[in-house]
Design a protein around this ligand. Structure first.
Ligand code: BES
Ligand code: MN
Ligand code: ZN
Length: 491
């Protein structure tokens, strides 16, 4: 979506659709609404005598202008009560409005920011974010599909500080575009997004943005002793691999932030095969890898002054004559042994090797993202990702970034008690515990591989995929984690 800015008056800007926000309290006292209503000779207030109703949160009403305004129609989106406005409400309202415009088959529109809250640059950035995210549709494999809204013009009050605005918009547009990139990677099916495909995307993007990128292939993984990645990948005919991506910004600190993303390009469960219902969703089991790759590229494009080391352990989890099986004992990177009791608990094996690999770089912090457990989805649903880790300050900062971006996190404990279930009679650890507390026993398992690093683990099983579709997250892949990580790294 192309974003443009104009200081033209709302009544004079020629466009197929002009989006305006409407507050629930006293819309008839809003100068913008009064002006537009006047131009329409009462076209808003006569049709909606209780104009407050237009302001109900999330409500979208379309009003024809019949030549009395330069816009062909007004798309009025309810913002709810002025006193209750939040950043997330602005994003969602913009997304809902853009979807309404899109459903009319219109490819260009404008949005009036004159009556928006706070600083113009802040609300403009939120509007852009909501509009870009809400306008998304994955249509790569369908012949008949409209292209969505192609151009959005922001109409700003003439007093706006344009330089600030342009900086904020560019950032919002860039980050949102990378969210869509992550969504695309997750939406492509497992026969396209293979480990090799993801590694090729990383190499291609690294070339384009001047990052260092190295892909460890199966032979190198075996030599290094990455028993987790090798073990999980044994059943797949697509070979596993491990991507190491490095970004160094100007004035970057010496110690890197390490990002790790689970990249199971399809999770059948392996020999501990999953039931057939909804197994197709398991193409999203690389959403962690997609998020860290996209976030890294967003950071590179924005030129943030940080040092990033991004690790993506990639494999298919397939049943096969060569596949790893229950009872097998894997020797992980670093020497710990793991008894496999369930081949469907594969993500933690990839992450464990990546966490151990990270230790040699003495990172300031390590953050891993993974669609790790169905249990996390059962505990928190789709409104928050699970957050676990070993350092209060890191967890608090991530949680703040989550509040600011709307990608919320909720902490789960990983007390030692949760390790009881993971004890093995024959190896150092088992890869799965009992039926209860599955999200935390997975977190506890990971903790055994972090050494003395400051570490946070985000379980995005419930947030990576949107079943019904919301304003910001149309049905399917959400790209969760990209905005959160960029926000965390920006502050
Ligand atoms: N990729 C799944 C977790 C998952 C489930 C993500 C549903 C999104 C939706 C993971 O590899 C898995 O299978 N976890 C098992 C762990 C168990 C065997 C200990 C699970 O959650 O059932
Ligand atoms: Mn699994
Ligand atoms: Zn999985």
């Amino acid at each position: 979506m192309k974003i443009e800015v104009s200081a033209e008056n709302c009544d004079l800007f020629a466009t197929p659709a002009l989006i305006i926000g409407c507050w629930e309290e006293a819309p008839v006292a809003d100068p913008l609404l009064i002006m537009l209503d006047g131009a329409l000779a009462g076209g808003i207030t006569t049709i909606y005598p209780q104009a407050e109703r237009l302001g109900k949160l999330g409500r979208v009403s379309t009003i024809a202008t019949c030549g009395r305004l330069a816009t062909q129609r007004l798309v009025v989106v309810g913002l709810g009560k002025k006193t209750e406005i939040t950043a997330e409400r602005v994003r969602r309202s913009a997304a809902a409005a853009i979807q309404a415009v899109r459903s009319l088959g219109i490819s260009e529109c404008a949005v009036a920011l004159q009556n928006m809250p706070e600083l113009p640059k802040d609300s403009a950035a939120l509007v852009v974010e909501g509009a870009v995210l809400g306008n998304y549709c994955f249509a790569e494999y369908r012949q008949a599909e409209d292209a969505g809204v192609a151009v959005l013009t922001l109409l700003c009050p003439p007093t706006t500080a344009v330089d600030d605005l342009v900086v904020a918009l560019r950032k919002a547009e860039t980050v949102s575009r990378w969210v869509l990139y992550a969504r695309d990677l997750v939406s492509h099916p497992g026969n396209v997004t293979t480990p090799t495909y993801l590694a090729d995307r990383a190499l291609e993007l690294a070339g384009r943005f001047g990052l260092r990128c190295h892909v460890l292939d199966r032979a190198e993984l075996e030599k290094l002793g990455m028993g987790g990645v090798i073990g999980v990948g044994k059943g797949g005919h697509e070979p596993p691999c491990f991507v190491v991506l490095e970004y160094v910004g100007l004035r970057a600190p010496k110690r890197p932030v390490v990002l790790i993303g689970k990249g199971v390009t399809f999770d059948t469960g392996g020999i501990s095969l999953k039931p057939r219902e909804n197994m197709e969703r398991m193409k999203d089991d690389m959403a962690g890898a997609a998020a860290v790759l996209a976030a890294t590229m967003a950071v590179a494009e924005l030129g943030l002054p940080v040092r990033l080391l991004t690790l993506m352990p990639l494999a298919e989890n397939m049943p096969d004559g060569r596949a790893y099986k229950p009872g097998d004992i894997l020797r992980m990177l670093g020497g710990k042994t793991v008894e496999i009791v369930n081949t469907d608990a594969e993500g933690r094996l990839l992450l464990a090797d990546a966490l151990t690999y990270a230790q040699q770089f003495r990172p300031s912090v390590v953050i891993d993202l993974a669609t790790l457990t169905g249990a996390c989805m059962i505990a928190l649903g789709t409104a928050a990702s699970g957050l676990m880790g070993n350092e209060r300050r890191l967890l608090a900062r991530l949680q703040q970034a989550g509040e600011r971006t709307g990608e919320r996190l909720w902490e789960l404990p990983i007390w030692d008690e949760y390790g009881e279930a993971m004890k093995s009679d024959v190896a150092d650890l088992k890869n799965a515990g009992g039926p209860y507390g599955g999200a935390v026993s997975a977190g506890w398992f990971l903790k055994q591989f972090v050494g003395d690093m400051s570490w946070a683990h985000l379980d995005i099983a419930g947030t990576a995929w949107e079943e019904k579709g919301t304003a910001i997250n149309p049905k399917g892949a959400t790209g969760v984690g990209v905005r959160l990580l960029v926000e965390y790294l920006s502050s």
